[in-house]
Write a protein that binds this ligand. Sequence first.
Ligand code: ZN
Length: 109
Amino acid sequence: MVARQKQAVKDEQTRENQKRYLAEKAEHDRQWRTEYDAYLASPEWARRRAAVLEREGYLCEGCRKQRATQVHHTHYRSVRDELLFELHALCRDCHERITERNGQGVKFL
Ligand SMILES: [Zn+2]
């Protein structure tokens, strides 16, 4: 096989690997999102969420001006096992601001 043909085979393998990786990542992200949404609808999350809002007296930790109505995850490594200091009570405006800054989709609950 000449060098050009070998390179063409390699390029095709690379494209196939990239397609497989992207498909697997998309499936993983879909599964993660489904499980996360189920968690956000659970009594377990409702208890944590209420504890954070009550801890802050329903005052937004971002601006300290508006009523906190949402709870923000500082990260997603401990989802389902969050310590309360990993969660923040925020108003809608501050939650939008931080999620946009972090490049995350906004989930209003
Ligand atoms: Zn705020």
